[in-house]
Structures are given as structure tokens and as C-alpha cells.
Design a protein. Structure first.
Length: 318
């Protein structure tokens, strides 16, 4: 009797398992693919990534956007299992499995971080602050004469070529993808002061520091005096206007105006010749530097040429 009960229990258990298995058995394409361990696309970045990688083939089946791919897959997920060719197509187009560099970047929601193909300055900056330029060149297979390594226009173009070429390359390994992200993502460095900080430098603070730097730079920069003259003359014009505006606004007497102009003349003489600039070099160079730190690096005038002058004239290592 005991054996009979045990046998009955086994039969019931087997029947229950079979019933559960029958209940869970896939009945449409979506459940069949999941049953087979296929990860299906489930978010916007996934649809964008898949469309990017398969765009040419998708257009052949009248799918022209990431949203169009979502609609196409969503409809076919509900199809029954009668047609194996449809199952294969859905698996090909709706699987969440990017294989290219850019496909993976889009999938991770980082598409906008990749430097735009036309942003030459951003590629130059990526090279300038890469940390180890020799390693960058090794990764990218760049071989150039020594004198080229400090030519940012040239090296930025080389970095650009490599980064753009990587977009549709298959991901070889995690290091490959990591290098692309390291060297080809926009560093969001827009101002001179931002790049200076990224390079581990800081702005000098005291007029004594600037006076000392002025003396050292005179031997290296033939345009230093002229640069300061232009900057300081602009400051004088602004100060003159401010004095006149205050007199008009507050009704200050002529004696006040004379006194203010005399103070201005001591600070910045009208005849701003080389001797005057040398005499007050610390303050004048400080003003010049302060006027450069918020310049936009995207200007061809600023980077790399003007930026190199700011580094030499205005900064020290942290």
C-alpha cells in the first residue's frame, strides 16, 4: 500500500511539472525569444542603437527611424510561432546586443558625449589634455616626427581621423571601447580657465609674480609690450568713461573730476610708451591675463596660439 501511495505521488508530481511547463510554454515570438535567452530591446537608447547599426537593412523593410523600429518589433512580438522566418527577423532586428563602438555608446546613453566630427578644437583639446600623449599615439597608431607633437592643429586632425574611424568598428574588447571613450569624448572645456585647470595649472595672483614673469617673458615674446599696451589702453578708456558717467550721475564738481583724472594718469598715463609699461609691468600683465581667462576656446584666434601665450605669461603649476 505504501509503495502504491509513493507511486501515485510521483505520478502526480510529474503531471504537475508537465502542466506547469505546458502553461509556461512560449506562445508568441516575444516569449519564445525570451525563453531562448535572447535579450530584447526595452528602452529608447536600445532602439536608437539598433537602428544605428542596422539602418541600411531596416530601410529595405520600410523602417526609417528608431521609433519605426520600435513599432515594427512591438507588432511582431505578438505574432504566433507559425513562421520561423519572422522569428529570425525579429531576433535579428529587435535583439538588444550592439556590436559596434557607436552602437554601444548610443546604447549607454552617451551619444552626445562623443566629439562632433566637425569640432576641430575639441579634438585638439582632447589631445592637449590626454595626460600621456605617447600612449595616445600608440593606441591610435600615429607616427609623426617629434616637431609635429606640439602642433595641435595637426595632432587634433589625427585624433579626429581615428575617432571617426572607430564609430563603426566592432568592439574588440572592453579596453578598445574604453580607449574610444577616453580620447573621443568631449571634455566640456570651453573657456581658457577650464583648460588651464585641466592641465594642472593655476593663475598667478600677485603683481610681484606678474612683474617677475614679465621680465622673463620679454626675452621670449616680441609682442608682449604691444599686447599689454592694447589691453591697458582699453582699460583706460573704460575708466575714463566711468569717471565721466559718475560725474554726470552724481553732479560731482570739476575739482572731483580733475582729481580722478590725475589718479588715472598715475595709474595709466595717456602716453603709454614702453617705459611706462615696464614701470608698472606687474599690474599691467595681471590685467592682460585676467582679460584672457574667460575667452572661448572655440575661437580660432584663441586656441592654440593665444592659449599658449596665456599659459606662458599667466600661470604656474599647482
Amino acid at each position: 500500500m505504501a509503495n502504491y501511495k509513493l507511486f501515485s505521488t510521483i505520478l502526480l508530481t510529474i503531471g504537475s511539472v508537465a502542466g506547469v511547463r505546458e502553461y509556461l510554454k512560449p506562445r508568441d515570438i516575444q516569449s519564445m525569444l525570451k525563453w531562448n535567452g535572447i535579450r530584447l530591446i526595452s528602452n529608447d537608447d536600445g532602439w536608437k542603437s539598433a537602428f544605428y547599426e542596422k539602418e541600411s537593412k531596416l530601410r529595405e523593410i520600410n523602417v526609417h527611424s528608431a521609433n519605426g523600429l520600435w513599432k515594427w518589433c512591438s507588432e511582431r512580438f505578438k505574432y504566433g510561432l507559425g513562421d520561423s522566418s519572422i522569428l529570425d527577423s525579429v531576433q535579428e532586428y529587435c535583439q538588444d546586443n550592439p556590436t559596434t563602438i557607436m552602437g554601444n555608446i548610443i546604447r549607454s546613453g552617451e551619444e552626445k558625449r562623443f566629439i562632433k566630427d566637425t569640432d576641430a578644437t575639441a579634438f585638439q583639446i582632447a589631445y592637449a589634455i590626454s595626460g600621456d600623449r605617447e600612449q595616445l599615439m600608440e593606441v591610435m597608431g600615429i607616427k609623426v616626427p617629434e616637431e609635429r607633437k606640439n602642433q595641435f592643429n595637426y595632432m587634433g586632425a589625427e585624433v579626429s581621423k581615428w575617432c571617426i574611424a572607430q564609430k563603426n568598428e566592432k568592439v574588440k574588447d572592453a579596453k578598445h571601447l574604453g580607449n574610444v571613450k577616453k580620447y573621443c569624448y568631449n571634455k566640456n572645456v570651453r573657456k581658457v580657465r577650464d583648460l588651464i585647470k585641466k592641465e594642472g595649472l593655476k593663475q598667478m595672483m600677485t603683481t610681484a609674480e606678474y612683474a617677475d614673469r614679465f621680465t622673463k617673458e620679454l626675452n621670449n615674446a616680441t609682442d608682449l609690450i604691444k599686447s599689454l599696451q592694447h589691453r591697458v589702453e582699453t582699460i583706460r578708456a573704460t575708466m575714463e568713461k566711468d569717471i565721466k558717467d559718475r560725474q554726470t550721475k552724481f553732479g560731482h564738481p570739476e575739482e572731483w573730476l580733475t582729481r580722478q583724472n590725475d589718479e588715472l594718469e598715475k595709474l595709466i598715463p595717456k602716453n603709454l610708451d614702453e617705459a611706462a609699461i615696464r614701470k608698472n609691468s606687474g599690474q599691467y600683465l595681471k590685467w592682460w591675463c585676467e582679460g584672457q581667462f574667460d575667452d572661448d576656446l572655440n575661437s580660432n584666434i584663441v586656441f592654440p596660439n593665444s592659449y599658449a601665450k596665456v599659459k606662458a605669461r599667466c600661470t604656474v603649476k599647482k
